[in-house]
Design a protein. Structure first.
Length: 238
């Protein structure tokens, strides 16, 4: 970042240092799906690569967090970019990235405002549909160790295993007993649900709703304001 600061300074005006961070559990799941897709990754194609077709999410996390691969963690990426503690001017949280990006443009006078492009390279590729990403105690213990700064420095909350992140709750397997009101996806569902709160089967599953806590007080599917995430809309079981 510091080399970029020098090359991007014009007329003695320093650029803003903007970083983005993501919920560490969601980041780990995304890395797994990214590698599994093989579209932009060499883990499943290089000779002697780490990734194997049979690799479960738990096995992937164990390999991914090893000393040989630890540079792929979000904490290490941030350390290399902005130091410890991170030195930045503005921070964007992936969970409400659109709102943060819009506010940044308005605050800095970057008008007209431009929308961020959206892409998802983690689509099923040569290996087919990836296994379910179940966060077991083994997985969460590893993540809380290698991504410690994401919790201590950036305020993300630790979660109690087992759980799964995704667009729909379990439909089978050992952890399928979902309780009404249980949150399963830390992704912002507002845009994909048409900027509307309430039932959203396309993103949140047949019995899911897109809710924001303390906001959707008139919707029974959102527990009259008791369900959802605090800073953005996310899927809950209604």
């Amino acid at each position: 970042m510091y080399g970029c600061m020098a090359s991007c300074t014009f007329d003695h005006v320093l650029p803003l240092r903007v970083i983005s961070v993501r919920d560490p559990y969601s980041f780990a799941r995304s890395r797994y799906l990214y590698e599994w897709s093989c579209a932009y990754s060499n883990w499943c194609s290089i000779s002697g690569g780490h990734f194997q077709r049979w690799m479960s999410f738990e096995a992937f996390i164990q390999t991914w967090a090893s000393p040989q691969s630890a540079h792929y963690t979000q904490s290490e990426i941030l350390r290399r970019a902005c130091g410890t503690p991170c030195d930045y001017d503005r921070i964007l949280f992936t969970e409400n990235l659109t709102a943060g990006w819009t506010a940044l443009q308005l605050d800095t006078g970057l008008l007209p405002a431009y929308a961020l492009p959206r892409t998802n390279p983690s689509q099923p590729g040569a290996l087919g549909t990836p296994p379910r990403t179940i966060f077991t105690r083994v997985v969460t213990d590893i993540l809380e160790r290698v991504e410690a700064r994401m919790f201590s420095e950036f305020g993300y909350a630790k979660r109690t295993p087992p759980f799964e992140l995704g667009h729909a709750p379990f439909v089978d397997g050992p952890f399928e007993q979902w309780q009404a009101g249980q949150q399963w996806d830390m992704q912002d569902c507002w845009e994909s649900c048409g900027s509307r709160s309430g039932p959203c089967p396309s993103t949140c599953g047949l019995h899911g709703a897109c809710c924001r806590r303390d906001i959707d007080q008139g919707l029974a599917s959102c527990g009259f304001g008791t369900l959802g995430c605090e800073r953005f809309h996310c899927c809950v079981s209604s």
